[in-house]
Design a protein around this ligand. Structure first.
Ligand SMILES: Nc1nc2c(ncn2[C@@H]2O[C@H](COP(=O)(O)OP(=O)(O)OP(=O)(O)O)[C@@H](O)[C@H]2O)c(=O)[nH]1
Ligand SMILES: [Mg+2]
Length: 409
């Protein structure tokens, strides 16, 4: 399963910009990994943006060597490890294996939640012959404890109660499956509500695909961007990162480390520059290189909602002028560890930003991973990706079925 999927064939396109397939020579030299071709972007301020001479520093890393694909974190039970020889790209060969590895890693990330959740459910139903009021009450407590949201927990148990009354549910052993189905339904519903904004819905000739990453301080925006850049690039797409968090000086430094690690250019300016101006430069730079994807880091401050809204609105306008439909995706990053608290912050954020999907980070760091359900339900947005650790490849595409299976198996 590819991480990043843009399918030319899915779209009707006039093909005006398509390189002619059989003549590789004719292709508009896809920006080489070496020396960036970004001419210092001209300062054509997008808006009444105040911007001094731009010191756009595309950070182009030195290592021309084989980019070391971040080592896959210990995956349990991989049958035979290949010898330590650089493996060939092997596109589909290991798909099944990869899928299995993905599930295992995900399962490992939600291990604490599973203990807190499924194992407790099992304790409750163990040895019971029939579903009585006490059983249901205990289950309700467990669901609430896993942070799936009080109302959601009440609703699920209420439905179970009705099924028991109607005698359509009699077996204690069926309880787990019923709860599981409820969770999957909630997650799927959030996905269907608005559809998932994703790269698969944007024709390949619209370049770059622009992703804006927003969220409160410290939730994991920059880390997620680093991971996304690495993953997307690993599948042979060219990526540019825009450091539009000009609020904190350290923000760009941190992003620079990630950009170097992923070996992708970073467009930045000095602290305090209008984020829309940095975005404008980045769009120009990405277009000059014919980049596939532009990922935009933003500041996480929320104390002044009015400002934030105006800032994001302006960035959106700048993006739209340069690339049709941009930003194609606005990802709100939510920290799973902050639980219900993070959820209310996210709710505030939604009032200021045109969010299309969610990234749930630090799922590995909480025993209350049920928050994914609460978040999807209450924000009514699909979870696109999940952060399951601090390393570059600790980011997975969120799959409701895999997530719920991971909680229960
Ligand atoms: N365990 C774990 N830690 C994570 C994950 N994602 C991010 N972190 C950690 O969370 C901390 C904050 O991450 P940042 O990426 O700096 O967060 P940010 O949203 O960019 O923060 P600001 O720029 O200050 O708003 C860092 O220590 C990351 O290593 C994850 O999925 N799992
Ligand atoms: Mg940051």
């Amino acid at each position: 399963m590819a991480f990043w999927n843009r399918k030319k064939s899915d779209f009707i396109s006039l093909n005006l910009n398509d390189p002619v397939e059989p003549e590789p020579e004719a292709k508009p030299a896809p920006a080489p990994q070496v020396a960036p071709v970004v001419e210092a972007p001209k300062v054509v301020a997008p808006e009444p943006v105040k911007s001094e001479p731009i010191i756009s520093t595309p950070v182009i890393p030195a290592p021309v060597s084989v980019a070391p694909v971040a080592p896959a974190p210990v995956v349990e039970a991989r049958p035979v490890l290949p010898p330590p020889v650089a493996p060939p790209p092997a596109p589909n060969l290991n798909e099944e294996e990869e899928q299995k590895g993905f599930f295992l890693r995900f399962k490992k990330a939600v291990a604490k939640t599973r203990e807190n959740f499924t194992e407790r459910i099992e304790d409750v139903i163990k040895g019971k012959k029939q579903i009585d009021a006490d059983t249901l009450e205990e289950l309700e407590e467990i669901l609430i404890g896993a942070d799936i949201g009080v109302q959601t927990a009440l609703d699920i148990i209420e439905d179970v109660r009705k099924q028991v009354d109607r005698q359509t549910l009699k077996e204690v052993g069926e309880l787990k499956a019923v709860i599981k189905q409820h969770l999957i339904d909630i997650l799927n519903k959030a996905t269907r509500a608005r559809g998932v904004a994703s790269e698969t819905a944007v024709p390949d000739d619209v370049r770059p695909y622009v992703m804006m990453v927003v969220g409160v301080n410290g939730v994991g925006k920059t880390t997620t961007i680093g991971k996304l850049a690495q993953r997307i690039k690993a599948e042979n797409n060219s990526v540019v990162i825009c450091a539009a968090d000009t609020f904190r000086a350290a923000a760009a430094d941190q992003l620079e480390i990630w950009a170097k690690r992923a070996d992708v250019p970073l467009i930045q300016q000095k602290q305090g520059t209008d984020p829309a101006a940095v975005l404008f430069d980045s769009l120009k730079a990405a277009k000059a290189r014919n980049a596939d994807v532009l990922i935009v880091d933003t500041a996480g401050r929320l104390h002044n909602k009015q400002n934030l809204m105006a800032e994001l609105e302006k960035m959106k306008r700048v993006a739209q002028k340069e690339v049709p439909g941009a930003p194609h995706e606005v990802l709100l990053v939510v920290d799973a560890v902050t639980g219900q608290n993070g959820l209310s912050q996210a709710r505030e954020f939604l009032k200021a930003a045109p969010v299309t999907g969610l990234v749930l980070t630090k799922l590995d760091g909480t025993a209350k991973g049920g928050i994914a359900v609460a978040i999807a339900k209450e924000l009514n947005l699909p979870i696109r990706y999940c952060g399951i650790g601090e390393q570059a490849d600790d980011l997975v595409v969120f799959d409701p079925q895999v997530y719920v299976d991971g909680l229960f198996e």
